[in-house]
Design a protein around this ligand. Structure first.
Ligand SMILES: Nc1ncnc2c1ncn2[C@@H]1O[C@H](COP(=O)(O)OP(=O)(O)O)[C@@H](O)[C@H]1O
Ligand SMILES: [Mg+2]
Length: 250
């Protein structure tokens, strides 16, 4: 469903600061597959996501999503198919808008309904239903501004918004890293729940090696813009966090 072929991205090309962020990435993701990605700082993880999401244009290579070549498709056009959650809880939601308005924006993604159309009772019921699955009582706070929510609540809401209309692909970039440990755990379990229930094809970057091995069915390691490990189900069960850590250090 996602094919990344021979992807290359160089920053500050031909200058003193030239940086090969992605050297030659080949990554194929099956439909409904949940892959975790680990790698040291600067190994190219976010750049890979930026290329897939259309924030950066690769220098070489192809990105094909569900049979469609999206390598040069504008970011806003792919946003219809690609849900993304970042590390910073402030990034995914509009703080000065209510929970209901934020969800409504997410719901109208892809022009399925006009932006100007009023929020219907049916919409509100759907929002409440989805919010209640978070068990954070947010369904009772639809008219409150998102700026009032805690970081964890905002990340949970962002996750819900990114999946309200089922995306073809969900990209999670260290989305629990800025949260305290218990909130991170909560958001991670919500993530697993929504990804599994909706069978969403997902790539999750994490610096938490335990999460990397626990969630999804496959773990990829990036190092200096290259994939240095790609471990699948059975093989993955034999890998320990210590072993992963060792590989990361090299
Ligand atoms: N917009 C940019 N301009 C110049 N260099 C960049 C840019 N984005 C990333 N880089 C460089 O590319 C490399 C990979 O960065 P990144 O993908 O953010 O790594 P990671 O997410 O794995 O920490 C790093 O050396 C980083 O400094
Ligand atoms: Mg990063």
């Amino acid at each position: 469903m996602l094919e990344v072929r021979k992807l290359k991205k160089i920053f500050a090309k031909k200058s003193f600061n030239e940086k090969i962020a992605l050297a030659n990435i080949d990554l194929h993701l099956g439909s409904g597959e949940f892959v975790t990605v680990v790698g040291g700082n600067g190994s190219g993880k976010s750049t890979l996501f930026n290329c897939i999401a259309g924030v950066e244009t690769p220098d070489e290579g192809r990105i094909v999503l569900d049979g469609r070549d999206i390598t040069y498709l504008a970011e806003h056009q792919r946003a219809v198919y690609i849900g993304r959650v970042f590390q910073d809880p402030l990034k995914g939601t509009a703080y000065d808008m209510t929970i209901e308005e934020n969800l409504s924006l997410a719901y109208s993604k892809g022009g399925r309904r006009g932006l100007s159309r009023a929020i219907t009772k049916a919409d509100i019921r759907k929002f409440q239903e989805r919010l209640s699955t978070l068990n954070l009582d947010l369904e009772k706070r639809l008219k409150q501004k998102v700026g009032l929510l805690s970081g964890g609540q905002r990340q949970a809401l962002t996750l819900l918004m990114a999946t309200l209309v089922k995306p073809k692909l969900l990209l999670l970039d260290e989305h629990t890293a800025a949260l305290d440990p218990s909130t991170a755990k909560l958001v991670m379990s919500l993530t697993a729940k929504v990804v599994n229930e909706e069978n969403i094809s997902t790539i999750m970057i994490t610096h938490n090696l335990r999460d990397a091995l626990e969630f999804g069915s496959r773990t990829v390691m990036l190092s200096s813009g290259r994939i240095t490990m790609d471990i699948h189900e059975r093989e993955r069960q034999l890998v320990t966090t210590d072993k992963l850590f060792e590989q990361l250090e090299q």
